[in-house]
Write a protein that binds this ligand. Structure first.
Ligand code: SF4
Length: 379
């Protein structure tokens, strides 16, 4: 084993956080097997033999957006390309979530910066309606970019907007819009989006008020390895200031149909290394998520041997994810929970059903019968 890896293993064993230089050594080592062993050991320290998944519904509520991120294939300009625009009413979002029953534990919704939808007038009544009809379902809504947009629109500070959303039932904020936090690179790929400083400030405010969140990183485009590690270290430092991130989710860049197509696809080895490096760098994060929609089910199963301990959600069988499907993902739209369980067991771990905040459920848990009947009648 390389000397650098021996030193890193000693640091990890004694609970010392890894430096950017350590991260570079991990990214560059040809000894992928040792990298995997170290990451797997760290995963098992955090979550033992468990690997998590959630029964959820996934909805993109609008693709109208004026932020014009260069890596985005999803957004549509309402005036220049009206044929591509979709925008769901609040009733449509509610009905969509219930389309395939009520036996799910999370509703995950994200959309663009759409002036006609991204406002408290639209979201607060819808959130309350969900909470009343489906008290067993956690609301995993928005990214920090959407929260910043609403704060500006309603002239609220971050503490006020977070309190307002929390009071309406927000349980968890999605990890998107982090992209790459290093400012110079961020300016090149998403100059109009929430700044790194505000992305972190919003998540810290959520955590201060007891709302959980996740954090993503978009990799495999114009960023350097130093940018990736700087991103992980900023997240680790934020978590140390105000604890509240549950999972880190590496998102591989997809090149179809956007301004950055010449960056091409990530490789399987880069994906696997990124899961492992993240597991080792983010020593104060409990979970590293291998989101099947992004890297594909097979790579995500392998990632379970390289530090990941979560495969994200089933989605509903009629859900239509649009963000990654616009940019070329070959993954399907839906995974049966039995498939998650087969893949997790095949990787040598115990599958555990969870909700957004990692409360655990028996695999065959279902909401009470009476509640289910009432929701279906009222819907
Ligand atoms: S990534 Fe999000 S914020 Fe950026 S253009 Fe696409 S929809 Fe808008």
């Amino acid at each position: 084993m390389q000397h650098a890896l021996i030193d890193i293993e000693e640091k990890v064993e004694s609970g010392v956080s890894l430096s950017l230089a350590d991260g570079l050594a991990l990214y560059r080592t040809p000894d992928i097997h040792t990298l995997g062993r170290l990451a797997r050991k760290q995963k098992e320290r955090k979550s033992g033999n468990k690997v998590f998944y959630v029964l959820n519904r996934y909805i993109n509520s609008t693709n109208v957006c004026f932020a014009a991120c260069k890596f985005c294939s999803f957004a549509a300009d309402e005036f220049k390309e009206p044929g591509r625009v979709f925008r769901m009413t609040a009733d449509q979002v509610f009905e969509k979530a219930l389309e395939t029953g009520t036996n799910f534990n999370q509703i995950h919704i994200v959309g663009g910066h759409d002036p006609r939808q991204l406002s408290l007038d639209y979201w607060l009544p819808l959130m309350r309606r969900f909470k009343e009809a489906l008290p067993h379902v956690q609301l995993s809504l928005f990214t920090a970019a959407e929260i910043e947009y609403m704060a500006r629109r309603h002239r609220l500070g971050f503490p006020e907007i977070v309190k307002t959303l929390k009071d309406a039932g927000l349980d968890n904020v999605n990890g998107g819009a982090a992209e790459i936090l290093a400012e110079e690179t961020r300016k090149k790929i998403c100059p109009n989006k929430v700044s790194s400083e505000n992305w972190i400030a919003i998540h810290e405010e959520l955590h201060r008020q007891g709302v959980a969140s996740n954090a993503t990183m978009l990799y495999g485009h114009v960023e350097s390895l130093e940018d990736r590690l700087d991103h992980m270290i900023r997240l680790r430092e934020s978590q140390a200031r105000v604890h509240g991130f549950n999972a880190f989710i590496p998102l591989a860049f997809h090149p179809d149909g956007n301004e950055m197509s010449d960056c091409g696809w990530t490789s399987g080895l880069d994906d696997i290394r990124t899961f492992a490096v993240a597991r080792l760098m983010l020593d104060n994060f409990d979970h590293i998520k291998a989101y099947w929609m992004i890297q594909g089910l097979k790579v995500c199963q392998v990632a379970l041997q390289f530090g990941a301990d979560d495969m994200d959600g089933t989605h509903g069988s009629t859900d239509r994810e649009m963000i990654y499907h616009s940019s070329g993902t070959q993954s399907g739209q839906y995974v049966d929970d039995r498939e998650f369980r087969r893949l997790i067991e095949g990787a040598g771990y115990v599958p555990v059903r969870r909700n957004s905040t990692y409360d655990e459920f028996p695999y065959d848990w279902a909401p009470p019968e009476l509640e289910l009947e009432r929701v279906l009648v009222e819907a």
